[in-house]
Write a protein that binds this ligand. Structure first.
Ligand SMILES: [Zn+2]
Length: 250
């Protein structure tokens, strides 16, 4: 089903991108499932965070909220892996559906569970993630980063359901831009171990394809100190993003 969906996506051709020079404008559009839209202000909260996290020096960020869509599941991974969300975007691109995709990242946020992986899914230009109820409970970006346990300069925040859900959301956006898990790192900050978005909780749970970082450093051994999250892409991931040219990075 999954490969079939991607096959039809390609044959529709509407989301096929030619290689271009590094983009000047990066477009991210966020849609909400019915379940996610039930939380007041969740779309604007996500946009506020993305405008801080994804506003890198390589591009001008255009982040918009596309509205609410009807999908058959609130499962943040399955809605993409089943082909439903990619096909809806493909239909929208040819005017056969009300969703209007943008060139770079089309993210659907659902109210899917965030306890068991997979909690989201990212393909080139297409991503989805659960956790709307957690994200809706986030304070403003500035308030979060000014908490005593946070480090504003490095984008480090405590690991909680809300911050973790936002980090997974950023992780899936990274996949949509062509980043892989190996573009994430973990590092020490005091006695804490911090994971960046592309490594995410693989820093603690292990994963076969992230035994080594592509970023030229090994991961610190998981230790007993507190676990924290960075909402900022690692410098290695940012180097990859600098080369993003509208198809995949690298
Ligand atoms: Zn991933």
């Amino acid at each position: 089903m999954f490969l079939g969906a991607v096959g039809s996506l390609t044959s529709v051709g509407t989301l096929a991108y030619t290689t271009r020079e590094p983009v000047e404008t990066l477009e991210i559009r966020v849609w909400l499932s019915r379940g996610a839209a039930a939380y007041d202000g969740v779309g604007e909260r996500i946009r506020e965070y993305l405008e801080r996290i994804c506003d890198l020096e390589y591009w001008t960020l255009e982040c918009s909220v596309g509205g609410t869509v009807d999908v058959s599941t609130e499962d943040g991974a399955r809605v993409t892996s089943s082909g439903e969300w990619p096909l809806m975007l493909a239909a929208g691109a040819v005017g056969a559906h009300a969703v209007t995709p943008v060139a770079d990242v089309n993210l659907l946020v659902t109210d899917g569970q965030m306890r068991r992986t997979p909690t989201g899914y990212g393909l080139p230009h297409v991503a989805s993630v659960g956790g709307a109820r957690h994200v809706a409970s986030l304070e403003s970006f500035d308030d979060l980063l000014s908490r005593p346990a946070a480090n504003a300069e490095r984008g480090i925040v405590p690991k909680e359901p809300a911050t973790r859900s936002m980090q997974v959301l950023v992780h899936e956006i990274g996949h949509a831009l062509g980043l892989d898990h190996e573009h994430g790192i973990s590092f020490r900050d005091g006695n804490a171990i911090v994971a960046t978005p592309m490594l995410s909780s693989y820093a603690w749970n292990g994963d076969a394809d992230v035994e080594r970082s592509a970023c030229g450093r090994s991961y610190p051994e998981p230790a007993d100190g507190p676990r924290k999250l960075s909402l900022a892409f690692s410098s290695c991931a940012r180097r990859e993003l600098a080369a993003y040219s509208g198809s995949r990075v690298g």
